[in-house]
Design a protein. Sequence first.
Length: 127
Amino acid sequence: MNGNSLAMTQRGLYNSANVVIDQLSYTYQPGSNKLARVTDAAIATTGLGDFNNGTNSGDDYAYDFNGNLTKDENKKISAITYNILNLPETITVSPPSGGGVEGAERLRTFMMPRVISCRRKYKKVAL
């Protein structure tokens, strides 16, 4: 496994008690350092913790030929495209289940020549 973490437990204070917030298990793609799946065995009753275990089956993450992340099911990221420098260009986030938002949110980052900063543009995209 090349020193990859296989598990992590996060504890926190909730109603004056020390409770388990996240109990994560990591699975990697065979023969690789690429993360395939993360599962959380903790009961999500506190509203604390920062890991959102998506309701998906199979691998949570996908990568391109260069090893760039192209999908993150736990964060509802359905697509990430990269420019020629392997920098993120477009990140498409699926709408939350249960409605409220129609279409997907798309964050597009434009790289400006000779400028250190970049601008971001958000727009709703029909699915």
